[in-house]
Design a protein around this ligand. Structure first.
Ligand SMILES: [Zn+2]
Length: 160
């Protein structure tokens, strides 16, 4: 599957994309002002491309489903609480147990977590096509915006 301009994808990248430049490997410094990706797995739109790289505008994935691994470090996650957070217990700083009294309360809290945290983890820059290890096409950018809007409305109505 080729990445296409103006389309939205969830991608998993190689670890070096989340690291600053080191001696002898200065990709990040050369192309992205030494500003590495905050997460290993992110969602975003392809803005432009060269034969070997894509420039993407990205944010944390706020959907409930995706790759079965931690958004931050890429380790496999299996327990249900981590799957909701899309982060492993270490990266997410949570226990395996549901920290809330009910499943509903956990899901409510996660809606806020997605809106207030995940959707605000943003990054844009150049990614070598060879650094993308997994990808899946997201329905559309508009869907994402609608999703955030829906979460915001839910949040506002709950505050009242
Ligand atoms: Zn992790």
């Amino acid at each position: 599957m080729e990445l296409k301009i103006n389309e939205c994808y969830e991608i998993k990248v190689k670890k070096y994309m989340t690291k600053k430049s080191v001696d002898g490997f200065d990709f990040m410094k050369k192309f992205n002002n030494d500003n590495p990706m905050p997460f290993l797995i992110m969602v975003g739109e392809v803005i432009k491309e060269t034969p070997k790289m894509v420039y993407m505008k990205m944010h944390g994935d706020i959907t409930e489903t995706g790759f079965d691994c931690c958004l931050k470090c890429g380790c496999m996650i299996t327990n249900p609480v981590s799957r909701y957070f899309r982060l492993g217990p270490f990266c997410g700083g949570h226990a395996y147990e549901n920290p809330f009294k009910t499943e509903e309360a956990l899901i409510e809290a996660l809606a806020l977590y997605r809106k207030d945290y995940l959707s605000k983890v943003v990054w844009e820059g150049w990614i070598p096509k060879s650094a993308i290890v997994e990808k899946r096409k997201m329905t559309s950018k508009i869907d994402y915006e609608k999703y955030v809007e829906r979460l915001s409305k839910k949040y506002e109505s709950e505050k009242k």
